[in-house]
Design a protein around this ligand. Sequence first.
Ligand code: GLN
Length: 252
Amino acid sequence: MKKLLAVCMCVMLTAGMLTGCGSKSSVAGKDTLIVGTNAEFPPFEYVNDSGDPDGFDIALIKAVGEKMGKSVEIQNMEFDSLVSSIGSKIDMAIAGMTVTEEREKTVDFSDSYYTAVQYVILPVASEINSYDSLQNCRIGVQMGTTGDFIASEVAGSTVSRYNKGVDAVNDLLNDRLDCVIIDKNPAETFVSIHSEELKALDGAQFGFEEEAYAIAMPNGDTQLVSAVNSALEELRKDGTYDELVKKYIGEE
Ligand code: GLN
């Protein structure tokens, strides 16, 4: 009997070690995932006609939650506050957020679920068409975004930072800016509303690099990261991911 007990203890200890005993996922035991976003970034996140956060990211994270057996509650907040709120006010963030080395110092990212690049929104008659021609320009960006980081490095630039991309676009329409640097899909959405006045140029011609969007989670929460990655993989396999791309983003 003693021997059996010892064997049992041994098995339990090993199992504990293998599953990372004491390093339970931060959402273990929670029925609801609190997910932060900034619903100012169509088509990934926006407030719909009923006043609710909607968009590709919102639908995707709800589907991820469903795969994990949890419901999802969306917290709409400023983009710039998302990273620092992960693990305290929110369990994770989905916000068209690009994986950057700087952010990786404080959060862990899921596998990437979308690829993007920064675009440059310009008045239709603007002659800006290269990285050098951005020099000394008045550039509007959404605060704390990769567009902000890029604009801040342009020689002689005056960068105006907004909480909402749409406010930057309005200042461009009012001639308070020379251009707006923002991610491809929101740029295309904003320009489609003002196609007479504005155009959007692909950042590739400015030398901007591709960016990978991913879901941000607490640093070191490997259990949560792998649960989210498994859910993402299942959603790709069962066709849900493609359906959501088609519904919210359209064919590429
Ligand atoms: N992809 C950009 C970033 O991560 C912008 C995201 C956003 O404005 N929601 O910084």
